[in-house]
Design a protein around this ligand. Structure first.
Ligand code: ADP
Length: 424
C-alpha cells in the first residue's frame, strides 16, 4: 500500500516504541534496522516505514549524514511526509542532534516550519510553557540530570533547542493548544509570519496531542516523541489518506519452540526473570564462568531441552553481582561476553527449531538481532505499551521477536508475551 509516513528514529528501542504506537492503528508498520543498502520496490513498503538509526550521541556531522541517507531511502520508497523521532525526555548533547537533523530534514523536504513535540502524557512526559516535566519534576530535576551520556540540566526546550539550530525558535503554549486545532494553526501561521521555523508545542494530555496532529497536518516534517506520532494514523484516516479496514495487518502464525533470553539487569527485568524462572526450565549465565569456559555448557543445556518447551536463559543479576563481574572483567568486557554468549545461544536456539524469541535488554536486543541476521521487522500486536511482537524472515523461516528494553513491561511480561502471540 501507499507509504503514508517515513520515520527516522535516533535509536533502536525508540524506533520500536514508535512502531508499536503507529501499529495501534492496525495499519502495516515496518521497522528497518539501519538504512537498507538496496532501494526497495514501492510495492513492498508498509503504510508506516520506520528506520532505526543509532545516532543520539554521535557527532553532529555523522548524525546528519545518517539521517540524510535514511531520508533518501524513504523518499525513494514513496514517502512525502516525514517524522523525526527522538526521546520523550529530549535527550541530546549540547550540540544536538535533535536540532541539526531537524534542520537538515526541513531543508531537504521543503518544510518552512516544523514542530517539536516530545510530550508522552501516558508515560508522564508533559510540556507546559515550553518546559518539559518527567512526572511532577522538571526535566532538569529528574533522574535525567545524571544520565551518563546525555545529562539534561535545563528544562526549557526553547533554551535547549536554540543553540542547536540556525533558524529561530518559538513556542505555541498550552493556552493556544487547549483552544483546539484552528487556534493552534493560526498561532503556527503567525509564528511563521514572524520568521519562526522551529516551534516547541506544549502538550499535557492526549487531547492536546490530537489537536497538534490536526493542526500540523499540512507540514511535510514533524518531530517529536512516539506519542504525537501515535496520533497521526487517526488524523490520516480522518483526511481519508488511509482506509483502516482494508489494510488491517495480518499476524503471521509462527510455529516452533520459544525462548526468553535476558541480558538486562534493570529492576523490572529482574522481577520478570524471577517471575518466569519459577515457571519454565531456566539457566543462569555467569559472566566470569563465560569468560573462563565460553558458552559451551549453556549450549549443551539448550540442546538437551525439548525444542517445543518454553525456556529461559539469563545473565540478569543483582547490582552487587554485576559490580563483581565488572570489577573482575572490566565493564565493557563483561557486557560484551554476555552479549556474545546470548548471541551464540540465540543462533543455536534457531538451529534447534526455536522460532519465538523474547529478548530483554536494549543492547542485548541489538546484539541478538544482529547475530540472527535480522534487519527488517514487521510490527505485530503490542504486548505492553511500547513493546510489540515483531516478525522477521531468517532464510525461508519466519520468526517472532519481542525486543524489550530494561524497564518496560509488567512483572509477568514473559508469560504475557507468549499469551499475546496465542502460544504458551
Ligand atoms: P537494559 O535495556 O536493561 O539497559 P541492556 O541489554 O541494554 O539492558 O544492557 C545490559 C548490559 O549489561 C548488556 O551489555 C549485558 O551484556 C550486560 N550484562 C548482563 N548481565 C550482566 C552481568 N551479570 N554482569 C555484567 N554485565 C551484564
Amino acid at each position: 500500500m501507499a507509504l503514508l509516513l517515513g520515520c527516522i528514529a535516533d535509536d533502536f528501542t525508540g524506533a520500536t516504541d514508535l512502531a508499536a504506537l503507529l501499529a495501534r492503528s492496525g495499519l502495516p508498520v515496518s521497522l528497518r534496522i539501519g538504512t537498507p543498502p538496496e532501494k526497495r520496490d514501492r510495492n513492498e513498503t508498509a503504510a508506516f516505514e520506520v528506520i532505526a538509526l543509532k545516532c543520539r550521541t554521535s557527532p553532529v556531522d555523522i548524525a546528519v549524514k545518517q539521517a540524510r541517507q535514511a531520508l533518501d531511502w524513504l523518499k525513494e520508497a514513496g514517502a512525502n511526509r516525514f517524522f523525526w523521532k527522538y526521546c520523550s525526555t529530549f535527550d541530546s548533547t549540547a550540540e544536538g542532534n535533535i536540532g541539526p537533523v531537524a534542520e537538515m530534514l526541513m531543508a531537504e523536504t521543503g518544510a518552512a516550519q516544523t514542530i517539536y513535540c516530545p510530550a508522552f502524557p501516558e508515560n508522564g512526559r508533559r510540556v507546559f510553557m515550553g518546559h518539559l516535566f518527567v512526572g511532577e519534576q522538571p526535566l532538569s530535576e529528574s533522574p535525567m540530570k545524571d544520565h551518563p551520556l546525555t545529562p539534561m540540566r535545563d528544562s526549557s526546550l526553547v533554551r535547549l533547542l536554540t543553540p542547536q539550530v540556525a533558524g529561530a525558535v518559538g513556542l505555541a503554549n498550552r493556552d493556544v493548544v487547549s483552544r483546539g486545532p484552528a487556534a493552534l494553526k493560526t498561532r503556527l501561521d503567525q509564528l511563521k509570519g514572524d520568521g519562526i521555523q522551529h516551534v516547541i508545542v506544549d502538550a499535557v494530555c492526549d487531547d492536546d496531542l490530537r489537536t497538534i496532529a490536526a493542526a500540523s497536518f499540512d507540514m511535510p516534517l514533524l518531530t517529536g516523541g512516539s506519542a504525537i506520532a501515535g496520533q497521526l494514523p487517526r488524523s490520516y484516516m480522518e483526511h481519508e489518506l488511509a482506509g483502516l479496514s482494508q489494510h488491517r495487518q495480518a499476524v503471521p502464525k509462527v510455529a516452533g519452540g520459544s525462548i526468553v533470553l535476558s541480558g538486562s539487569c534493570s529492576a523490572m527485568t529482574r522481577r520478570q526473570v524471577a517471575n518466569y524462572a519459577g515457571k519454565v526450565a531456566s539457566l543462569r549465565l555467569d559472566p566470569i564462568a563465560l569468560a573462563e569456559e565460553g558458552a559451551g555448557t549453556a549450549l549443551e543445556w539448550l540442546r538437551q531441552q525439548s525444542p517445543d518447551a518454553p525456556k529461559l536463559i539469563y545473565a540478569t543479576a543483582e547490582p552487587h553481582e554485576v559490580r563483581q563481574a565488572q570489577e573482575r572483567l572490566g565493564r565493557d568486557k563483561a557486557g560484551r561476553i554476555v552479549e556474545d554468549a546470548l548471541s551464540e545461544i540465540a543462533r543455536t536456539a534457531f538451529d534447534c527449531g526455536t522460532r519465538r524469541f523474547v529478548v530483554a535488554g536494549g543492547e542485548t536486543s541489538g546484539a541478538i538481532t544482529q547475530a540472527l541476521g535480522v534487519t527488517h521487522l514487521a510490527i505485530g500486536p503490542e504486548i505492553a505499551p511500547g513493546v510489540p511482537w515483531t516478525f522477521a524472515a531468517i532464510g525461508e523461516e519466519t520468526v517472532a521477536l519481542a525486543l524489550k528494553s530494561g524497564n518496560f513491561g509488567e512483572e509477568t511480561f514473559f508469560t504475557d508475551a507468549f499469551g499475546r502471540l496465542g502460544a504458551t
